[in-house]
Design a protein around this ligand. Structure first.
Ligand SMILES: C[C@@]1(CC(=O)O)c2cc3[nH]c(cc4nc(cc5[nH]c(cc(n2)[C@H]1CCC(=O)O)[C@@](C)(CC(=O)O)[C@@H]5CCC(=O)O)C(CC(=O)O)=C4CCC(=O)O)c(CCC(=O)O)c3CC(=O)O
Ligand SMILES: NC(=O)C1=CN([C@@H]2O[C@H](COP(=O)(O)OP(=O)(O)OC[C@H]3O[C@@H](n4cnc5c(N)ncnc54)[C@H](O)[C@@H]3O)[C@@H](O)[C@H]2O)C=CC1
Length: 232
């Protein structure tokens, strides 16, 4: 398995199956992509996600059309799914029904069309072209994605919970060190010194602690580290 971060903005994700698993996957993708869930019945969570999307569209407060989760009430059989996928033209198809034959048909249709496919009903090794949904921790712009190669989802979840504590504050550190990196570049600091400074900043306990108190405290601590490295 090779981990990659995928930009799904502007793409469609189709989820077959509207149970708790289909709902969790839809929720995971709805911020980035247009999500269409095809199922004869829908989990409560999906019904409220779809409603949220509608009310955002109505108010249109920020001018951005919030990608809503669209629900399509249907129960395609194994022979029909290829046509559904063809019509919806997704980048990724998620097979999350409780019908193994339908899930298998979603997989083979998606593979035939060269799309990404996530089979939620199989663990262990993947067929070529098949992807897993990792456990994810986010502190924007930092994202940690964790997979056990499809072997033990419960372990992926447990490790994710540990990492959540471990990366607290990483978003602020990314913002600060990214800014410092750009500044040192534009000041024409030689590459070796610049890299050393940035490496020291992201490892400095003082800077991490400072950032907990606020951005300017973090910046002050970072400036001390940078001065040391640059001998100024
Ligand atoms: C292969 C994979 C395919 C895919 O879905 O992409 C898959 C497959 C299956 N999961 C099953 C069960 C559970 N899944 C979870 C939880 C998560 N499952 C997720 C991903 C994946 N699950 C992919 C591999 C990821 C990897 O590489 O590690 C996470 C990480 C991401 C997400 O789904 O959002 C999310 C945690 C998110 C978080 O909290 O951070 C729990 C835990 C719980 O519910 O507490 C259980 C119960 C305990 C257990 O069984 O382990 C079953 C058995 C169904 C049955 O028994 O019938 C199958 C199918 C099978 O095993 O055949
Ligand atoms: N990947 C994961 O994290 C997990 C995966 N699973 C697997 O995922 C499957 C789904 O799990 P749940 O959501 O808990 O099951 P569920 O049985 O609650 O939901 C299945 C959904 O699929 C719908 N459905 C049935 N036939 C359909 C068709 N032809 N087309 C479209 N939708 C159809 C049903 O109406 C229902 O809404 C399970 O069968 C299991 O194998 C289960 C737990 C976790």
């Amino acid at each position: 398995m090779t981990p990659l971060y995928h930009d799904l903005s502007g793409e469609t994700v189709v989820v077959f199956g509207g149970g708790p698993v289909g709902a969790r996957k839809a929720k995971g993708f709805d911020e980035a992509a247009r999500v269409v869930v095809v199922s004869p019945e829908f989990d409560e969570r999906l019904l409220s996600l779809a409603e949220d999307g509608e009310s955002d569209d109505e108010t249109g407060d920020d001018g951005n059309e919030a990608p809503a989760v669209e629900l399509v009430r249907a129960a395609p059989n194994a022979d029909d799914v290829a046509e559904w996928i063809d019509r919806l033209a997704p980048a990724l198809a998620v097979a999350a029904t409780d019908d193994g034959a339908v899930n298998a048909a979603v997989e083979s249709a998606a593979l035939d069309m060269g799309l990404l496919i996530n089979r939620t009903d199989v663990s262990g090794g993947r067929d070529p072209g098949s992807v897993v949904v990792p456990a994810t921790v986010e502190d924007d712009p930092v994202t940690v994605a964790l997979s056990t190669g499809g072997t033990s989802p419960a372990l992926a979840k447990a490790l994710r919970e540990r990492i959540e504590a471990e990366i607290a504050g990483a978003g602020a550190m990314a913002a600060l060190s990214g800014e410092i990196r750009e500044e040192l570049k534009s000041e024409g600091i030689p590459p070796e010194k610049r890299r050393e400074a940035v490496r020291r900043v992201v490892r400095s306990r003082g800077v991490w602690k400072g950032l907990q108190k606020g951005r300017s405290n973090g910046r002050q601590e970072a400036d001390t580290v940078i001065e040391e490295v640059l001998d100024r």
